[in-house]
Design a protein around this ligand. Structure first.
Ligand code: NAD
Length: 492
């Protein structure tokens, strides 16, 4: 994907029908750790998107679609193995696009990117149909057999926060099921999607089964893709507002959507928690990936008797975080993804001030060494004292920050957390087993963690309630979206 061009800049190309293609229109890819451009991204035109969709259709109708399932599963496993073999290349690309710490990308993003192919190869091995025998009035009976087939061409629109991980979370099951995909990676982080094209060719995936078109949303590759009439289904991860725009396009042709959207996740810390565990887990859940994980906690409710101690210890932990260069082992926090995103997060830091927050720590931009001064760095930030209707408390910020508020009863905590417009995830901290069982099912979220955060078994359903999404993905649940079921009724 990346050919060296000129002296230092690289080209990130579209990948269509098994080949890398340049385009007449390019845009800059900026390294968020330095603020410097490091690649030139080729923006797909409407004609490029059309070519990618047609190549995908040809793959579904051709060798890829006709491939026996065991052979296809073997190839999907081989994709996982090849990502692992080229882990260093993927790491380098992901780090340059996001600025995230090497340690995080090497433990989370890249291995999960590979695992997302392997798990769905395994799921497909176990997948089977059902049969229902039924009596008929004439006494001969009938048998119903459920059968499924790939939906066809899947449009995959991705965000920038965990680029390879979230893209393969959709491409893995889609391809394991025999669909062809056209991926539109985020304009901020296009490199790993493009690099994956090399893996597909190395493994021998038939041309057209995997395509990548680069560009933006409205009036660019994103919109061209989701409005293309030959895209049979759309899977999207990103902001709720973008989901609404995509849904309007998907309405034409009544095409199915699977949406993983925004969140405003709560942590509820009871006085009967194990404080060490709660602090350690909450530091991760607020600040990991510089607060740019959809599952991050941004609202903390802490039972009043332990409120002061919790705030003091979370502040101490936040102040130990060290922003710095991705390969510097002494550092454990990356930058925000872009200047634009930092301006958005800083605008919430300003709202917090105006709304009278008590700034426990942070609230601005850290002093960085000269070589990193142009990067999009930001201070980990904690507030207390905001009212429940402050925009900082109700809207997704997507930065390394949280608001902490005391509560007095379990009912009050439930009412506040469930009063939220989103419903993606929450973390409850309590050592009381009965309370854990009682409260878990009452949380209006897709995933409720008790005494942990971001602990994922990839076979379980994952998704959001309310404005956080439509549908569930993971294990067999993904197959409900990527396979179309039919019933064959045979009268005997
Ligand atoms: P975004 O919605 O701005 O962009 C996501 C993708 O959509 C990008 O590729 C963008 O180019 C494309 N896009 C934008 N407008 C479009 C349009 N009109 N038509 C087609 N495509 C369009 O999201 P982001 O800023 O990249 O990611 C951050 C958001 O993603 C946060 O809200 C976060 O909570 C959410 N997210 C959710 C999950 C989850 O699992 N629920 C996971 C990760 C991120």
């Amino acid at each position: 994907m990346d050919k060296a061009v000129g002296s230092t800049l690289r080209d990130t190309l579209n990948f269509i029908d098994g080949e890398y293609r340049s385009s007449g229109k390019t845009f800059a890819n900026i390294n968020p750790a330095t603020g410097e451009q490091y690649s030139v991204v080729h923006e797909a035109s409407k004609a490029d998107v059309d070519a990618a969709v047609k190549a995908a259709r040809k793959a579904v109708d051709g060798e890829w679609g006709k491939m026996p399932t065991p052979k296809r599963i073997e190839m999907v496993s081989a994709i996982a193995a090849e990502i692992n073999r080229r882990s260093d290349d993927f790491l380098e690309a992901e780090i340059a696009d996001t600025g995230k710490p090497h340690d995080l990308a090497s433990h989370l993003d890249i291995p999960r990117g590979a695992a997302n192919f392997q798990i769905f190869a395994d799921v497909m091995k176990q997948h089977h149909g059902e049969a229902f025998a039924m009596p008929t009035p004439d006494g001969t009976g009938a048998i119903n057999i459920t059968s499924d087939r790939p939906r066809g061409v899947i449009g995959v629109v991705c965000p920038w926060n965990l680029p390879l991980l979230l893209m393969t979370w959709k491409v893995g099951p889609a391809m394991a099921c025999g669909n062809a995909v056209v991926v539109k990676p985020s304009e901020e982080t296009p490199s790993t999607a493009s690099l994956l094209g090399e893996v597909m060719n190395k493994v021998g995936i038939p041309h057209g089964a995997y395509n990548v078109v680069n560009g933006f949303g409205p009036d660019s590759a994103g919109e061209f893709l989701v409005s293309h009439p030959q895209v049979d289904a759309i899977t999207f991860t990103g902001e709720t507002r973008t989901g609404e725009a995509i849904m309007r396009n998907a309405a034409t042709g009544v095409r199915p959507v699977s949406f993983e959207l925004g969140g405003k996740n709560f942590g509820i810390v009871f006085a009967d928690c194990d404080m060490d565990k709660a602090i350690e887990g909450t530091l991760r859940s607020v600040f990991m990936n510089c607060g740019q994980v959809c599952l991050n906690t941004e609202n903390l409710l802490v039972e009043r008797p332990i409120f002061d101690e919790f705030v003091k210890r979370l502040k101490a932990g936040a102040e130990k975080l060290k922003p710095g260069a991705p390969h510097d082992k002494a550092c454990n926090m990356g930058p925000l993804v872009s200047d634009e995103h930092r301006r958005k997060v800083l605008s919430y830091y300003e709202i917090a001030k105006k709304d009278g927050a008590n700034i426990v720590t942070g609230g601005g931009i850290p002093k960085m060494p000269t070589e990193l001064e142009g990067g999009f760095w930001i201070q980990p930030t904690i507030w207390t004292g905001l009212k429940d209707d402050s925009r900082v408390v109700t809207e997704e910020v997507f930065g390394p920050c949280c608001h902490i508020r005391p509560f007095d009863t379990e009912e009050e905590a439930l009412r506040i957390a469930n009063g939220n417009q989103y419903g993606l995830a929450c973390s409850i901290w309590t050592e009381n087993l009965s309370r854990a069982h009682r409260i878990g099912p009452k949380m209006e979220v897709g995933i409720c963690w008790i005494n942990c955060w971001f602990l994922r078994d990839l076979r379980t359903p994952f998704g959001g309630s309310k404005k956080s999404g439509i549908g569930r993905e993971g294990g067999e649940y993904s197959l409900e979206f990527y396979l179309e079921k039919s019933n064959i009724c045979i009268k005997l």
